[in-house]
Design a protein around this ligand. Structure first.
Ligand code: PMP
Ligand code: GLN
Length: 381
């Protein structure tokens, strides 16, 4: 078989979640909450289903939802997006990313991305004939060296993919990163793909620097969001993409043949939910408590933890415990200790070895406590 993705196996998230099940381990691997979404949201979906809202939605998304998103963006980031021409509802962040890459990346175009990178970026570029140009983040701080970025820019560079707050490292872009990026886009004609699915999961009073806030960036960006992260509904797979009309027009040309449209009653329910700002405004505190609870429980362990600044992930450095590769160590933890985690190496295209594993702390306190007890007991191997 002449595979289009010869180097891709099954996604690490699927592998580790299956392994957690097999071994009856606590699953801190794949990122998803173990608590339910607000009751109100389920009631809205139920009511809209009962009310007969069960047929195709408009291709670009239901107008009330696009309007609610436009109002929210203006309020939070001071930028008006036209609901008719600049907002499209998608089947999750992943589809938004894939469709955006399909719409703009031609054969031979170069796409810069930063590693460790969310696992869908690179295959999405390859499937569209693009050439991924991975740049490594700093090995300890996971920051961007902008000199490195400048050194790989060529006339073939079409797109840069960024992600803040960042999965898996939990870092967030700072003002100086934004300034460096603005300088680059002033010199090079590029499209930006900004993955901001964790916009509301941000800690220690850090501000989410959405690309929507900066006209030099917003005017050339497709910005991706996910309702799954904000409403504890990862299984519903719904998100949206914001982009200037010219870019949105091209995005929709592909979107209509990828999925055409997404789930009607759920779009209507999210539009109702978005009237309650308190839900998303309370998320930083809600998740920061979980982060701090977990870090507190791990203080006597042999792992090194630098507190995550955003996302519901925390990296654990394990060099004091083992020389195993991160993949072997993650599998050993799942089988022998009963805690499933994600190794960092699958987030690198060249299998870079690290001594990091990632855990998801979007879990109840009992689960975090049980996992931390097991992890804290590990003695150097
Ligand atoms: N980007 C990042 C960085 C993510 O962590 C996720 C969640 N898996 C996504 C995109 C995709 O979001 P969704 O589940 O809405 O497809
Ligand atoms: N975003 C989630 C994570 O990083 C998982 C998404 C998926 O399973 N594809 O764990």
């Amino acid at each position: 078989m002449n595979s289009k993705l010869p180097n891709s196996g099954t996604s690490i998230f699927a592998v580790m979640s299956a392994m957690a099940k097999e071994n009856n381990a606590i699953n801190l691997s794949q990122g998803f909450p173990d608590f339910n979404c607000p009751d109100k949201l389920i009631e809205y979906v139920h009511d809209f289903m009962k009310g007969g809202f069960n047929q195709y939605a408009p291709m670009q998304g239901i107008p009330v939802l696009r309007k609610a998103i436009s109002e929210k963006m203006e309020k939070l980031y001071g930028k008006y997006f036209n609901p008719e021409k600049e907002i499209t509802i998608t089947a999750g962040g992943t589809q938004a990313l894939f469709t955006a890459i399909s719409a703009f990346v031609h054969k031979g175009d170069e796409v810069i991305l930063f590693e460790p990178a969310y696992d869908s970026y690179l295959p999405s570029v390859l499937l569209n004939g693009g050439i991924p140009i991975p740049i490594k983040l700093d090995e300890k701080k996971f920051t961007i060296d902008w000199e490195n970025v400048r050194s790989v820019l060529t006339s073939k560079t079409k797109m840069i993919i960024l992600n803040t707050p960042h999965n898996p490292s939990g870092t967030v872009l700072q003002q100086n990163d934004i300034e460096e990026l603005i300088k680059i886009v002033n010199d090079f004609d590029l499209i930006l793909l900004s993955d901001e699915v964790y916009e509301h999961i941000i800690f220690d009073d850090e501000e989410h620097l959405s690309f929507a806030k900066y006209e030099e960036l917003a005017s050339r960006s497709l910005i991706v969001f996910s309702f799954g992260k904000t409403y504890h509904t990862t299984g519903w797979k719904m998100g949206y993409v914001l982009a200037p009309a010219l870019l949105t027009n091209e995005f929709r040309k592909v979107h209509q043949f990828n999925v055409f449209c997404v789930n009607t009653p759920i779009q209507l329910a999210y539009a109702e939910m978005m009237k309650d700002e308190e839900h998303y405004l309370s998320l930083p505190k809600f998740y920061q408590q979980k982060r701090d609870y977990f870090i507190g429980l791990m203080k006597d362990s042999k792992f090194t933890l630098t507190p995550s600044k955003g996302t519901y992930f925390q990296l654990l450095e394990y060099s004091k415990l083992s020389n195993l590769s991160d993949m072997e160590f993650a599998k050993w933890l799942t089988r022998e200790i009963g805690v499933a985690v994600i190794p960092l190496s699958p987030f690198y295209s060249n299998g870079t070895e690290s001594k990091y594993i990632r855990i998801c702390f979007a879990k109840s306190e009992e689960v975090l406590k049980a996992a931390a007890e097991k992890l804290s007991k590990i003695k150097p191997l």
